[in-house]
Design a protein around this ligand. Structure first.
Ligand code: UD1
Length: 416
């Protein structure tokens, strides 16, 4: 089991480049099986979740290979419609194979998906939406079997703007009979990316990023070459890493609009931020003001940056109030931060963080992807040595986090 060993206290400086967004790439990979022609996903990061999704695609007969930075997928001869339990539990995004397989093969078998342990994470919205689209869904002992003679477009209202459910509806409806309208869909940038990708294959999808998405079914899709959007969560993690260490960093390949909630918060926190095209330059101020925020569906503050932003709040002056409104139990990093000297109290979905002058190095464990990133950030700012174990979680979503931080002057080593 790998570990990061971090000697804290180094200010970050220099420049770093952000990868294509993990949460865009994964549903796009599923969407690539909707055509028998070749699909090229440009600048696709070789992170564990992408490699797991590639295994899932191969398991149903798609050909998947990396050619330099690009991922090439050809699903000309699919041989199966089952995502086995072992592969499915590796990542939550395996659930979007349901919509993709239904579109392509009219049947899909999969199991309740895995992923980060950050809440209940039911998939009722996915299943009810598919049923509305004329798909039969039979569930037994964790297995989900879906089949249809044809997907029929309909109006669907989502009780909550779930990202995965919106993606599953888009993927299952793109070749449907008629039109599907999604009311109250997720508005995350990754939804817009999935629309743009599918439209580049000949789909007719309108309105992603707004409160209604319209999908006009088409007869077939063709191959494409597609560049996914930059990863807003990775960019946000480097912004927060710079702020927490009091550094000065240029972050290349950002979609600034997509991370505006964090940028606004950091500007109020004595950080100086300037923006030029897709480059964000952050210079951290000497004092850090309290850092309160509430997470929510886009365009609110993203839940995937809550743990990393909490690490910053731990060393800010005064009391920060952090509300987690997306996942029920996304505070598992709190006991680990407390081991490093943080003063955090959790009451239900709210964490009260009283700033301390500094954190102290400790042995801590990453329980999930973003919690792991938060512990790395805490370690970068702490006095002494921090050892972060459980880094396989971190490597699911960050490409070369240690290498990139080292290039910015951090004292971080990977062991094991
Ligand atoms: C996606 C992201 C994840 C991010 C999350 C919220 C991927 C691979 N993952 O996860 O990084 O943290 O969006 O931005 O893109 N819910 C239900 N029923 C459902 C579906 C969801 O109650 O059928 C609830 C969930 O339990 C959760 C909330 O809705 O409390 C948000 O979930 P959702 O938006 O679906 O997140 P994911 O697609 O799992």
């Amino acid at each position: 089991m790998g570990k990061f060993v971090i000697n804290g206290g180094k200010k970050l400086s220099g420049e770093v480049r952000v990868e294509s967004a993990k949460n865009s790439v994964l549903p796009i990979m599923a969407g690539a099986i909707l055509t028998s022609e070749q699909v090229v996903i440009k600048n696709c990061p070789k992170i564990h979740d992408v490699l797991s999704m590639a295994k899932i695609l191969r398991s149903v007969g798609a050909k998947v290979r990396f050619e330099n930075e690009n991922l090439i997928i050809k699903a000309d001869n699919l041989s199966g419609y089952t995502v086995c339990q072992e592969l499915g539990k590796e990542l939550r995004a395996s659930v979007v194979m349901m919509g993709a397989l239904i579109s392509r093969l009219k049947k899909a078998r999969l199991y309740y998906p895995g992923g980060c342990d950050i809440g209940l994470r039911p998939i009722d919205l996915h299943i009810n939406s598919l049923k509305n689209l004329n798909v039969n869904v039979a569930e037994s002992c964790g297995e989900i079997f879906c089949y249809t003679d044809r997907v029929k477009g309909r109006g669907i209202y989502l009780d909550f703007p779930s990202v995965g459910a919106t993606e599953n509806i888009m993927l299952s409806s793109v070749l449907c009979e008629g039109k599907t309208e999604i009311h109250n869909p997720a508005k995350e940038p990754e939804i817009v990316d999935l629309m743009n990708f599918l439209n580049s294959m000949g789909a007719k999808i309108y309105g992603a990023g707004t409160s209604t998405i319209l999908i006009e079914g088409v007869k077939r899709l063709h191959g494409t070459e597609y560049q996914p959007a930059p990863d807003r969560i990775e960019a946000g993690t480097y912004l927060l890493a710079t702020a927490i260490t009091g550094g000065e960093v240029k972050i290349n390949n950002c979609n600034v609009k997509n991370i505006s909630p964090l940028i606004h918060k950091l500007c109020n926190n004595t950080c100086k931020i300037s923006i030029k095209d897709d480059i964000i330059y952050l210079k951290s101020g000497r004092e850090k003001k309290c850092f309160s925020f509430s997470t929510g569906p886009h365009p609110s503050f993203p839940t995937d940056l809550q743990p990393q932003a909490m690490a910053l709040a731990c060393v800010c002056e005064g009391v920060s109030v952090i509300e987690e409104n997306v996942f029920e139990t996304r505070f598992k990093h709190v006991p680990e931060l407390i081991k490093m000297g943080a003063d955090v109290t959790v009451k239900g979905r709210t964490a009260i963080v009283t700033g301390v002058p500094f954190l102290t190095g400790a042995d801590v464990c990453a329980n999930d992807l973003r919690a792991g990133a938060a512990l790395v950030l805490a370690g970068l700012s702490a006095k002494g040595t921090t050892t972060v174990s459980g880094i396989s979680h971190i490597e699911r979503g960050y490409l070369d986090l240690d290498v990139k931080l080292k290039s910015l002057g951090a004292d971080i080593k990977r062991q094991g």
